[in-house]
Design a binder for this molecule. Structure first.
Ligand code: HEM
Length: 465
């Protein structure tokens, strides 16, 4: 058994060398995966570009387990790039890992909602929120999604007719926000817009930064959510929406509803968790389609088989559309890096060496790196939806693809998001193609979520039917 601090000490003494506890292997191209060490420099892992650049380099140099000494004293943090280790943290030993570095910042915006909470509070909340995400409920939200998509289609058709370019990044952001707000509040959203003179949530579209100021501004909106809840109670009114389901939900053991504070935190969590991730993914999907004519052609072939505009019952037959989205999430997972903290001691086996993990160790998982790891994916940087179809999809190495995470804390909105995105792409692609205005490749922008750097401008072109 090798302790992490011993690793890092030996590293400090032998900076520049990469000891191989078991004589680790090399793939012959200078990429070594056979040792579990890290860089000599101290570094604090964060959700930013610098971390991304370093991790890309260090994964190549150190492979499956990168041990990184923090700038201040403390045990080294671990970045895990092996699917078995990812599975251990998220699935088989998940009880031993709580939310880690960075979630305190998320908590400022979202309170103690599902994304942030741990232990018994999380378990009880997850059980109470889960019914709102049952498939039969999603079928109802799908009607909301279809309405929003039809409006978007009309707007894009008129832009196509007048030859006006659209800002796809902003358009996807507006659409995803509208969908989650209507799924939560139904027509109470219109009353809110009427009372406030504008949609009070729309600054989330205009201001993509998620700094302290945005967090404070977002928290002021909790009183509007409380207002809607109180009005519904006074009027003894329930709606067929997420908010009413959360308000009606009862703890299985105590029979108690959520406190108002808990309810509001869950509502705020659903807005942010849903908005940024789905809008970012659709933004990338349109961009990737515009760059890959053959994929676009096959997508058109599939959506053209539909006699009517797609509804939730058509999605099962739209397997290529789904593969386009799966592949988009592989290349651009919105949650590109996330963290856990070991509660008690644990250990990993890496290249036949057992590495001891002290309690309190920060652990980082990076879907972006594993999704593009050449050991598990052929042509890992190529957009090829084919890999998610039929026999090919059965070849995908277990636990190498986790845009929605894995295990009991897997995204609660996964099915919601997939239905939302499939309905959007299949309807819009039936009538419109988008052509990138600029030939320059779009760069990624990394913070809590992976976004495009700047807006992607596209020209909508009506497709002849
Ligand atoms: C493309 C879309 C989406 C992606 C890629 C995504 C990804 C993720 C990931 C990776 C996590 C786990 C984070 C962690 O454990 O640290 C997560 C959790 C979560 N997501 Fe999503 N998400 C998406 C859409 C949505 C939607 C549409 C909703 C709600 C309507 C949602 C609500 C949540 C919530 C509440 C959690 C916390 C679950 C828990 O810990 O019990 N997400 N998501």
């Amino acid at each position: 058994m090798v302790s992490l601090s011993a690793y890092c000490q030996s590293l400090g003494q032998r900076a520049g060398q990469h000891p191989k506890p078991n004589g680790g292997s090399s793939d012959g191209s200078g990429h070594e995966y056979g040792h579990s060490l890290g860089p000599s420099e101290a570094f604090d892992v964060n959700v930013d570009q610098e971390t991304f650049d370093k991790l890309t380099l260090w994964r190549r140099d150190y492979g499956d387990v990168i041990a990184i000494r923090p700038a201040k004293r403390g045990d080294p943090a671990l970045v895990l790039n092996n699917p078995e280790h990812v599975k251990q943290v998220l699935v088989s030993h998940h009880h031993n890992y709580k939310k880690g570095v960075g979630f305190e910042r998320v908590a400022m915006m979202l309170g103690n909602g599902l994304i942030v909470s741990n232990g018994d509070v999380w378990r009880s909340q997850r059980r109470m929120v889960q019914p709102a995400f049952q498939r039969k409920m999603i079928a109802h939200y799908a009607l909301v999604m279809q309405r929003c998509n039809r409006q978007k289609l009309t707007q894009w058709q008129s832009k196509a007719a007048s030859g006006e370019a659209i800002d796809v990044t902003a358009e996807m952001s507006e659409l995803a926000l509208e969908i989650i707000l209507r799924a939560l509040f139904s027509d109470d959203l219109d009353s809110l817009i009427f009372q406030q003179g504008a949609n009070p949530f729309s600054f989330l579209v205009e201001d993509a930064s998620r700094d302290l100021q945005t967090a404070m501004r977002f928290r002021t909106l909790t009183k509007l959510v409380a207002l809607i809840m109180n009005q519904r109670r006074e009027q003894c009114r329930t709606e067929h929406d997420l908010l009413s389901l959360l308000m009606e939900s009862r703890d299985k053991n105590t029979g108690q509803p959520m406190s108002d504070k808990a309810l509001i935190d869950e509502v705020m969590t659903l807005i942010v968790a849903s908005h940024e991730t789905t809008s970012g993914s659709l933004n990338w999907a349109w961009y990737l389609l515009s760059q890959n004519n053959e994929v676009e052609r096959r997508l058109h072939q599939e959506v053209d088989t539909l006699d009517n505009d797609p509804g939730i019952d058509d999605l099962a037959q739209l397997s290529y559309t789904r593969a386009v989205l799966d592949e988009t999430l592989r290349l651009y997972p919105p949650v590109w890096l996330f963290s856990r903290k070991a509660i008690d001691e644990d250990s990993f086996v890496s290249n036949n060496v057992e590495i001891q993990i002290p309690a309190g160790t920060d652990v980082f998982l990076c879907p972006f790196l594993l999704h593009r790891d050449e050991r598990y994916w052929s042509d890992p940087h190529t957009f090829s939806p084919y890999r998610f179809l039929g026999e090919q999809s059965r070849q995908i190495h277990p636990n190498t693809y986790y845009p929605f995470s894995l295990g009991s804390r897997r995204c609660i909105g996964e099915y919601f998001a997939l239905v939302e995105m499939q309905l959007h792409i299949s309807l819009l692609a039936k009538y419109i193609r988008l052509e990138a205005v600029s030939g320059d490749p779009v760069q990624i922008d990394l913070s809590i979520n992976l976004r495009s750097r700047g807006s992607i401008m596209m020209m909508p072109i009506a497709r002849s039917q």
